[in-house]
Design a protein around this ligand. Structure first.
Ligand code: SF4
Length: 475
């Protein structure tokens, strides 16, 4: 296949095709007067270059960014260079919007996904749209719409970076195609390497997120691959998980907070939440049932009502107050943390998530709980209850014992915490897990504020979720 300005390499590298650019130079991005061109400093001179991506890419092109330009052999064109890639931190991001469908075509051509294909055709007219690729096998007719992804935030990628009615139209066409007997794919090419997962950009385009989920439910296959990107090449690397259910999380936020306000249990540490009390209760609750913790909590708070009193308490007193709760390291760590607060924070409980997280014995859950419940900071508190509710709600068939899954859920929840309601939302999820979405026996879905949208319930997966793989026995 010949592509103007690019060699489609037929030597398979890591079993993938390798799209190569020719005559590439490094430059420094200055500014972008309009969507089509940019000013770049190249060899000490300011050049006007063509931007091979008409998307906004605002986050990608800050002034001074290291960019890569390909010499464009187009006689008569005003600009002689095309901007094809940009360095963001350590990551090189290809931003050539013409490349994703070519990369996928080459990759399929090379025998991936449909090894028995008999035909691959570009720009296939279907309904009111042109779908990027049409593939035929002896048994199937396949439509593939390809989308390039360049927006990265904290190791995950989002699509789209600006509202895209075109993408909606394509997804509707793919849904129709499935009904007519085609196999249909939405194929995201993540134009960078090593991202954790892809989510629809709900805040930028909620309709896209809803339609993506609807497409998946309608049988459209959603795939994403990241790419090995160098300054002069790009090729598909490995599959990236797509969490197309994210829009459901946005839909759950206010109902969870409302439900909590109407149904919460009256617990001593909830009456007047302040950081010290939330901290003590959360540490006690780590291994003990709520009912049992109540009296320990009240006694502890009476004896040691402040960080200062905890910092200077005798060990005997501490152990006596903790007797029956077990895991004495928890209270020893608390005392160490209380002393740190006295020495490093002048006796005031730290008021940022990051500072709280640094204290001895405080992990992401407890730091999130203190931040959200006592200070109203928009941080999630993800414990076993929350993992169970979320994996059931999103029908996530992933091992909740895997720290990566917990991290992903924390990150997803942080995005959806309703403004000013971090405490009600965070405690609501925990309360639903404790009272409704039970760990043992049948969850009480009829009492759950999430029953209408819950995918685990709709897909009849509740006897399997949450998924917890058994640890391998040693020896
Ligand atoms: S509907 Fe049922 S399974 Fe889903 S979150 Fe609620 S209680 Fe859990």
């Amino acid at each position: 296949m010949k592509i103007p300005g690019m060699k489609g390499c037929r030597n398979f590298y890591r079993k993938c095709c390798n799209m190569r650019y020719q005559e590439v130079r490094k430059g420094r991005f200055l500014h972008r007067p309009n969507r089509f061109v940019a000013q770049v400093e190249l060899n000490g001179k300011v050049e006007t270059v063509h931007v091979k991506n008409t998307g906004r890419c605002r986050e990608l092109l800050p002034e001074g960014a290291e960019v890569y330009l390909e010499h464009a052999d187009h006689p008569g064109r005003r600009t002689q260079w095309d901007l094809i890639a940009v360095k963001k931190g350590k990551r090189l991001i290809n931003m050539d919007s013409q490349i994703p469908n070519r990369v996928v075509e080459e990759w399929i051509d090379a025998g991936h996904l449909f090894p028995d294909k008999t035909k691959v055709q570009r720009e296939y007219s279907y309904g009111e749209s042109r779908i990027d690729l049409y593939v035929e096998t002896p048994e199937k007719r396949i439509l593939i719409e390809v989308k390039g992804v360049t927006l990265e935030e904290s190791g995950r990628v989002l699509f789209p970076d600006a509202p895209s009615q075109r993408a909606i139209k394509h997804m509707k066409e793919l849904q129709r195609a499935v009904k007519e007997g085609y196999e249909a794919y939405l194929f995201f090419v993540v134009q960078m390497k090593g991202v954790e997962y892809l989510i629809p950009n709900v805040e930028t385009h909620p309709e896209f997120a809803r339609t993506l989920l609807e497409s998946k439910e309608a049988g459209v296959r959603i795939l994403a691959y990241d790419c090995e990107v160098t300054k002069d090449s790009i090729f598909l690397r490995q599959e990236v998980p797509v969490i197309e259910t994210v829009s459901l999380l946005y839909g759950m936020a206010e109902p969870v907070a409302d439900w909590y306000e109407a149904h919460r249990r009256d617990l001593p540490w909830r009456r007047k939440p302040e950081p010290y009390g939330v901290w003590v209760s959360e540490i006690m609750l780590q291994q003990t049932r709520v009912e049992a913790v109540k009296r320990y909590y009240e006694r502890f708070m009476e004896e040691l009502p402040s960080v200062a009193s905890l910092a200077k308490a005798e060990e005997d007193t501490l152990l006596k107050l903790w007797e029956g709760l077990g895991y004495y390291n928890r209270v020893r760590n608390m005392q160490t943390a209380a002393r740190t607060i006295m020495e490093d924070h002048g006796g005031s409980f730290p008021s940022s998530y990051e500072e709280i997280r640094k204290l001895k014995g405080i992990g992401t859950y407890t730091a999130g709980a203190i931040s959200a419940f006592a200070y109203g900071i928009a941080k999630p508190a993800v414990d076993g209850n929350v993992l169970r509710v979320i994996t059931r709600y999103l029908a996530m068939e992933e091992d909740i014992g895997n720290p990566g899954v917990k991290k992903k859920i924390e990150q997803l929840l942080e995005d959806v915490i309703p403004k000013g309601r971090a405490s009600a939302f965070g405690q609501g999820l925990i309360e639903i897990g404790a009272l409704v979405c039970l760990p043992v026996g049948t969850p009480k879905c009829a009492d759950c504020p999430l029953q209408e949208q819950c995918l685990g319930r709709k897909r009849d997966l509740l006897d399997r979720l949450p998924l917890k793989k058994k640890e391998k026995k040693e020896g």
